[in-house]
Design a protein around this ligand. Sequence first.
Ligand SMILES: CC(C)(COP(=O)(O)OP(=O)(O)OC[C@H]1O[C@@H](n2cnc3c(N)ncnc32)[C@H](O)[C@@H]1OP(=O)(O)O)[C@@H](O)C(=O)NCCC(=O)NCCS
Length: 182
Amino acid sequence: MNRAIKFKLKNDKIVTIRRIRGTDYDAVVKFFDKAVRDKSVKYTSLYLGQPKQNKDSFVAMHNNPNNLFLGAWYGQDLVGECTTIKISPENPKYRGLTAETGTTILNEFTSNGLGNKFKTIVEKWAVENGVHKLYAEVFHKNIRALNNLMKLGYNIVGIKHNAAIVDKELMHIYTLEKTLKK
Ligand SMILES: CC(C)(COP(=O)(O)OP(=O)(O)OC[C@H]1O[C@@H](n2cnc3c(N)ncnc32)[C@H](O)[C@@H]1OP(=O)(O)O)[C@@H](O)C(=O)NCCC(=O)NCCS
């Protein structure tokens, strides 16, 4: 995806979706500062007080064509992001045939079609960029994310039992995959 697109959410708000660039560092820091306070990230790996990413590594990652960082802007504010990273593209055995994808949308903007839209763009990019399989990891209590991915054709292919703790409760983490049609 090279050009920004306008996308109308189910609640009629219009967001602009485009790649997040190295120059968006401050907007992304502000976004995650908000996101970690959101109740919607309870069953994800995000946590209050997590360190912000180093700016140089942020810029390098966002300038790397093996990664796709999508952002949704509402006015000047980033309200959702979707990160997709090829696994070991430089390794002649792995060759970036798989990629891991993950999404964070601010609670106010969830359940309005943005998660689906991000994943449609990711799949197109993946097919065009030699990725055969997409992976995602989801806490077992994250019903919304599980619904989202499974409706889009992802299957659960693995479980890490008791791999995290949220409010004293042990979490299993599901690995989901989707094999892409060329
Ligand atoms: C999970 C997430 C990416 C889904 O994106 P979204 O924009 O909320 O989802 P959409 O509106 O595109 O809906 C897609 C599907 O998700 C499911 N879904 C959405 N909201 C839901 C809800 N409140 N309860 C249950 N399922 C829900 C539905 O299956 C829906 O399909 P439908 O529209 O055909 O019913 C988003 O809610 C989010 O970022 N949540 C917080 C962070 C997170 O959990 N990230 C995933 C970690 S891997």
